[in-house]
Ligand binder design. Sequence first.
Ligand SMILES: [Zn+2]
Ligand SMILES: [Zn+2]
Length: 300
Amino acid sequence: MIEIAIFVLFHPQRLTVKAVPGTLLQVNEMTIAGGKAVGLRLVGMEIDWFAERETRTARVVKFKGDMFVSVPGKIERRYKGALTVTPDLGELRAVLTLDVEDAVGAITEAESPPGAPMEAKKAQAVLARSWLLGNRGRHRGYDYCDTTHCQVLKDSVRSEAAVATRGVVLTYDGKVFAPAYSASCGGRTKTAREVGWGAEPYPYFAVDCPVCEREEKEWVRELPNVPGQVGDEGARIALGRKFGWDVLPSNNYVLAGQVARGKGRGHGVGYCQRGGAGLAEEFDQLLRRYLPNTVVGVGR
Ligand SMILES: [Zn+2]
Ligand SMILES: [Zn+2]
């Protein structure tokens, strides 16, 4: 089981949880029927929760079942599992406890490029599973958040690719690690050192990517200021935070004065999603192509 804090970016003080029609939802000591809703509101160090025309007060509100969770007027998602809501520094902290395989399915479907073939989706499922298992404890009190800091978790959905690769992870040096991947490498992937990362737990390798080489169009950007080292991911993130994420789309570029010419999108390290979706190879071949010297197999 893993724990993911949801709706972190919204700093919610109110939440609504609705039972999916045709199911029963457990709420603390109560059970509510499909279609009915529970409203939660932060009041100091406690939570007022409203259900079945009655308001109760509690320090913790726990849900279990299949539910729509929303920050009223802002976002609604469907989750299956256990949800624990507590007050946390002036906001409601909602933490979802779910089976690793369910999280793998949700991430796989959210992260796969539209129309990706099954083998590419299976590769994505192995990446997601390895990421989750190799990268625990990024926060105090829960494992991951649902922002880009950790991994964007969208609705719980069934994923055929996750089921087909159940338990399969990537290891390097005998250990499961959290593999990097990007949307499009632009024709050749980067080593960890090239983008300014450490070589642990995996050094990454420069791998030719025939799909991006052939299909990616060149982009040209006049940069507001020159990043220190060409291809440095820290410099690209700093530029992106200040001027927007399109200011320097990838690390695969050459610089002439203030003008960058490049290809691809993302940091360009590790597995290439565009390449994986465009090659007719099996998922384990795809993973070993972009992540050389790793082992693809069922973990313990
Ligand atoms: Zn996080
Ligand atoms: Zn590529």
